[in-house]
Design a protein around this ligand. Structure first.
Ligand code: HAM
Length: 423
């Protein structure tokens, strides 16, 4: 048997209502906050991600699905949306639009990661990007949107964690302090981090190797190396979050795994799930931050930006853990069981009329016996059933049975749509 590629998912109709729920809420909240939807290619020239996301990041170095097309051009399935959107607004001449330019997206992304609970190779993101404002107010308003979205889904067990990783003025001082710290602890570093020490010491802070993770605890903290402007930016972000009544924590350990970030970075950390060894792993439901150099980096004008993306499968895990009643597949209001071929044909006509009136009804399409039809109606959770035979067709009346209460009501067949609409 041919099976799906490792780290991908099939989502079945009984589960899609939950996906539709998180997607619809994303659309709803994006509209309320004035973000318009952008759609863009699933694959891009590899160079875009190498330059945008950063060629020393794990995403670019280890996780990209890269292939050569028939013209021998290097292409990559998008590992995220931010770099593609930066490319798209430059290419479509949107950098001189009235600012801020506010965009949202619901996309699939591809990363060659080791699959685990909430970690896939093809996964889905809801993200937003706001361009054209350097102000801390735009950071705070994007963070507020992320926070409201998670709340609007009904997820309460999460924490919003923020940090600042400085700008091109102060980052070099921080990098120097990190390089000094890790050079003094060189022998403890894993082989990858020994290389990272030369190429991008910030990435060592993300390393999952236990020894490197242990060293990271005492590493210099970004906030101690911020320049005056970055310190004041961070303070205004915090003051704005407080004024909006948003609960957050400052976590100096958040540096994010992508290279384009400047100043504000944040993550929304969800509830913990025990792994097979019983260790509780808290998944990042989403993350984002400011990226003032990205558009220039990929060849566009100077244009600041801030945004975030949420992992839909992780939001779904958090919802499933919340104990909240979850959306499920729609159940028919009425199942019409039929006796004989003529009744089956007439039932089809009645059901079609009801469906055209926006009422979800079902009838037999398989040729089941009456007993099997009633069993099936119960299985699919029909709210009412009606049995249609020659007598009912002659009288033009059907007896509706409420499946929960067994109460019976006689209704004119012609008036069924009105009955369901007006009840
Ligand atoms: P990211 O932190 O790489 O940021 O991904 C955002 C979210 O996508 C994560 O917090 C997680 O929920 C989900 N995610 C990431 N990788 C996987 C995976 N392998 N399986 C399932 N879910 C995953 C970005 O992608 C940035 N582009 C966010 C951003 C937008 N920053 C500014 N604007």
């Amino acid at each position: 048997m041919i099976i799906k590629p490792r780290g991908t998912m099939d989502i079945m109709p009984e589960d899609t209502p939950l996906w539709q729920y998180v997607e619809e809420k994303a659309r709803e909240i994006s509209n309320t906050h004035g973000f318009g939807e952008i759609r863009f290619p699933t694959f891009e020239q590899t160079e875009l991600f190498a330059r945008g996301v950063g060629d020393t990041t794990d995403v670019v170095q280890k996780e990209m699905y890269t292939f050569f097309d028939k013209d021998n051009r290097s292409m990559t399935l998008r590992p995220e949306g931010t770099a593609s959107i930066a490319r798209s607004i430059v290419e479509n001449g949107r950098c001189s639009d009235a600012m801020p330019l506010k965009l949202y997206y619901l996309i699939s992304c591809f990363r060659y990661e080791k699959p685990a609970s909430g970690r896939y190779r093809e996964f889905y993101q809801y993200g937003v990007e706001m361009y054209g404002s350097e102000s801390a107010a735009s950071d705070a308003s994007v963070i507020a949107l992320a926070d409201s979205y998670v709340k609007s889904l009904g997820i309460t067990d999460y924490s919003l964690e923020i940090n600042s990783i400085g700008c091109k003025e102060c980052r070099p001082h921080y990098k120097k302090a990190l390089t000094d710290y890790y050079t003094a602890n060189y022998d403890t570093l894993c082989d990858t981090c020994k290389t990272r020490l030369k190429t991008n010491p910030l990435r060592i802070l993300d390393c999952k190797n236990p020894e490197c993770a242990h060293l990271a605890k005492d590493a210099p903290k970004t906030l101690d190396y911020l320049c005056e402007n970055c310190t004041s930016h961070m303070k205004t972000v915090e003051d704005s979050l407080k004024s909006m009544g948003i609960t957050y924590k400052v976590d100096t350990g958040i540096v994010r795994g992508l290279d384009y970030y400047t100043r504000t970075v944040f993550e929304i950390i969800g509830p913990g799930e025990p792994d097979k060894d019983g260790n509780v792993r808290r998944l990042a439901l989403g993350g984002g931050g400011r990226y003032d150099g990205l558009v220039e980096e990929i060849g566009g004008p100077k244009l600041p930006g801030v945004g975030f993306a949420m992992g839909l499968s992780r939001l779904i895990i958090a919802l499933q853990m919340s104990g909240k009643e979850l959306p499920s597949k729609k159940k028919p209001v009425l199942y019409i069981a039929s006796l004989g071929t003529n009744a089956q044909i007439q039932a089809l006509g009645i059901v079609n009329k009801l469906r055209n009136a926006g009422i979800y009804a079902e009838c037999d399409l398989v040729g089941r016996s009456l007993k099997a039809q009633m069993k099936y109606a119960d299985k699919i959770g029909a709210e009412f059933t009606a049995i249609i035979g020659d007598n009912e067709l002659e009288n033009g009346k059907a007896i509706l049975k409420n499946m929960a209460t067994s109460e019976q009501t006689e209704v004119e067949i012609k008036a069924l749509a009105d009955f369901f609409k007006n009840r």
